[in-house]
Design a protein around this ligand. Structure first.
Ligand code: ADP
Ligand code: MG
Length: 371
């Protein structure tokens, strides 16, 4: 059964009758460029095959009824303030304020693991935003999707209270099959760069460490605040800075050094992909992980172990992805080596008493669509 079929069934079970349609949006992995989106930097995410599906039917009585498998149902007035998971949906309604919108029944089914650093939150927001845009006649061409992505980011920041930077929503709405998205977070400019991992005999292996993170718990936000403080002290955007030694504060210096070096790594990675040299990403992934671990201090024992083990078992490079403090890592592997690398990572996790990792293979996939 496809996920759109699952969503249709979930809808009829929850609400009776048929939805007006089903809309899907993918999770993502960021190849490189972590914790730089809110600093106006560059990042290079790609959409993954796992999606969130929203089955939606309009209502005319000003009510919002929400179902999601594994979560408590929510039923509120469209203008009420909602907490919990419903905030990610009600926040999109609030931020988008679609013309003529007077309520909806929405059933959610998802393949994107929640809190694994693969952006289930943006997949949820984007599936709902595209549905509402389609149903209310808002543009859904690339420009329209850019606007929808910004709206979803506003919903996540200002309504759900997660101070994330906007990359996740852009890739969920604008990703293309077979491409990574070079996103300039300062001006929203994008370039779709082909990444043919399969033809190169390569696999982007996602290692979900099973240690969930929560972006609303404050640690993500404190990094963002430190980066903003470093930017203020240096007097210009970190992407224009070459040396961070003028900061004097050793913590701010480390945080800023991560951002500056990470943006440089993204530029090098984009050049390598444009030239079809996918394997050259390996050392950049390793350097990114060291920077996130030592300078930005957002890794954890489970992520370090997964990264070190994957590299020792033959991956070209590996790094933690997403906000950090848990979640997932990626490893760039020869496809033939994947079974051995997965076995090694599982064995190490077991030996160290960590949760059993879950593996996904991240082929670059399309952005949100109507199914
Ligand atoms: P992630 O890295 O997965 O995006 P976040 O902490 O940003 O992690 O978002 C996870 C939160 O998003 C969940 O706690 C929940 O509130 C909401 N969410 C994500 N996917 C779903 C879903 N399928 N159904 C309901 N809520 C979801
Ligand atoms: Mg998220």
């Amino acid at each position: 059964m496809t996920i759109s079929g699952d969503a249709w069934r979930a809808f009829t079970t929850a609400f009776g009758g048929d939805p007006d349609g089903i809309w899907c949006a993918p999770g993502r992995v960021n190849l490189i460029g972590e914790h730089v989106d809110y600093a106006g930097g560059l990042c290079l995410p790609m959409a993954i095959p796992q999606v969130t599906a929203a089955a939606v039917r309009r209502r005319i009585d000003g009510r919002l009824r929400l179902h999601s498998t594994g979560f408590d149902p929510v039923e509120v007035e469209t203008d009420a303030r909602v907490g919990g998971w419903g905030a990610y949906v009600a926040g999109v309604v609030w931020a988008l304020d679609p013309p003529g919108f007077r309520g909806a029944d929405i059933a959610i089914v998802s393949e994107v693991p929640v809190g694994a650093g693969l952006s289930s939150s943006a997949a949820l927001e984007a599936s709902v935003a595209l549905a509402l845009a389609d149903l209310c006649g808002l543009p859904v061409d690339d420009e329209g999707r850019d606007a929808l992505a910004r709206t979803c980011a506003r919903a996540e920041n200002d309504y759900a209270g997660a101070p994330t930077g906007g990359m996740d929503q852009q890739i969920a709405l604008r990703g293309r099959a077979g491409h990574a998205l070079l996103l300039d977070c300062a001006d929203g400019h994008v370039e779709h760069i082909p990444v043919d991992t399969a033809a190169a005999g390569l696999t982007v292996l996602v290692i979900d460490t099973g240690t969930g993170h929560r972006l609303v718990d404050g640690r993500y936000g404190s990094r963002r605040t430190e980066v903003e403080e470093a930017t203020r002290l240096l007097g210009r955007p970190l992407r224009e800075v070459e040396s961070v030694s003028a900061l004097h504060d050793p913590t701010l210096e480390r945080r800023a050094r991560h951002v500056v070096t990470e943006i440089a790594r993204v530029r090098t990675a984009a050049d390598a992909l444009r030239a079809g040299r996918v394997r050259d990403l390996g050392p950049l992934l390793d350097a990114s992980h060291r920077s996130l671990r030592d300078d930005f201090e957002v890794s954890c024992a489970e992520l370090d172990s997964a990264v070190d083990t994957a590299t020792a078992a033959g991956a070209h490079g590996a790094r933690m992805v997403g906000g950090g403090f848990g979640g997932s890592a990626i490893a760039l592997c020869e496809s033939n080596d994947v079974p051995g690398i997965e076995a090694a990572v599982t064995a190490t996790a077991e030996a160290q008493g960590f949760p059993p990792p879950v593996f996904l293979h991240a082929t670059p996939s399309p952005g949100a669509c109507r199914c």
